[in-house]
Design a protein around this ligand. Structure first.
Ligand code: SF4
Length: 327
């Protein structure tokens, strides 16, 4: 059958994003990415208005082989399909609308002697705010016992996923941690900080030296539809986040400076007022498209970089440090 008069379409969940030096196709359903040259990105834009034969004609005889290679690559990676002209309107683009009913979707909590006794109050508040993701930093020596107690307390909560960051202590056994992640499916990851090299059979336990921990680049990138659509308008690190530090202080994130009170004497009504305030949401809408360093980066819709954006006199957003995440 002659396909020359057909149109090529990318699957709606496969979205090319242009970068300065290279581009990326985000496959939002299979949660993976494909690096591509910028020429291929430009080539894909031709699909919008031209049939296959028109594309060959536009690119010229000299580029015939490259055009064939590009079509072949896209087909082999299962990123494209062919349609007739009268079928075009049957394949609309993926909606970029993002909405979340939660006032707070993710929280970072430092568990210390001060905040541990308040844990039940904190979880009650977070649950009422719609929070589903927790990142808990254990700052008390008995890491294993505390983690076990916390996951048991969360058994009937709406918290969907928890990651822990804790020191592995000499008197603890790895097998206990391994049994914990098997028993409690809500545990997404346990980052165990250790000076000594350790071994584990669990893919949910990541052993890492103290210093290298912050450099785990893979932790900053995720390809999925929720993050992609959220990042079109919001800063995916600061948006709908709250941080409760070891003193109980309330902040938007560990990297943010402003303190909005202390959980010890904050009522639920006070907390809602804090979260609804413009000051608390200062960074939420500063997405990567408006940050000088990021707006031409092909990773901008998968990156959860945690640096605090600054505003210049001219109204542009920038970072005071250089990006160390870009691969
Ligand atoms: S922080 Fe770095 S990797 Fe992330 S979008 Fe900006 S430049 Fe790209």
């Amino acid at each position: 059958m002659n396909n020359n008069y057909k149109y090529v379409r990318m699957f709606s969940n496969c979205i090319p994003v242009l970068g300065k030096d290279k581009s990326v196709i985000y496959d939002l359903q299979r949660k993976q990415m494909f690096n591509i040259p910028n020429d291929l990105y430009t080539f894909i834009q031709l699909f919008e208005e031209h049939t296959i034969s028109e594309i060959f004609e536009l690119c010229g005889e000299d580029n015939k082989e490259v055009v064939e290679e590009y079509f072949q690559f896209l087909k082999a990676k299962e990123l494209t399909f062919l349609i007739n002209e009268d079928e075009i309107k049957l394949f609309p683009k993926l909606s970029m609308k993002w909405a979340s009913p939660a006032k707070i979707s993710n929280a970072i909590i430092e568990i210390s002697e001060r905040t541990y006794p308040l844990f039940e109050k904190i979880i009650k508040y977070l649950t009422a705010l719609g929070c589903e993701y927790l990142y808990i930093k254990i700052r008390i020596p008995e890491s294993y016992i505390i983690i076990k107690d916390i996951v048991e307390k969360l058994t009937t909560s709406s918290i969907f996923s928890i990651a822990f960051e804790a020191k592995f202590n000499a008197n603890e056994r790895m097998v206990d941690y391994e049994q914990l992640v098997v028993k409690y499916k809500r545990i997404e990851t346990i980052f165990l900080l250790s000076k000594e090299p350790l071994k584990t059979t669990s893919s949910k336990i990541l052993i890492t030296p103290f210093k290298k921990f912050v450099n785990k680049k893979e932790c900053f990138f995720t390809v999925n539809i929720s993050l992609f659509t959220e990042s079109q308008k919001y800063n995916t690190y600061f948006n709908k986040k709250i941080f409760i530090n070891k003193e109980g202080m309330l902040l938007n994130a560990p990297e943010a400076e402003e303190v909005f009170g202390n959980i010890t004497d904050t009522t639920f009504e006070d907390l809602v007022k804090i979260i609804d305030s413009e000051k608390f949401q200062k960074y939420w809408r500063i997405n990567k498209d408006v940050i000088t360093e990021c707006k031409n980066c092909e990773l901008r819709y998968m990156c959860v970089d945690n640096r605090v954006p600054q505003k210049s006199k001219e109204g542009n957003y920038f970072f005071t440090s250089k990006c160390e995440l870009k691969m």
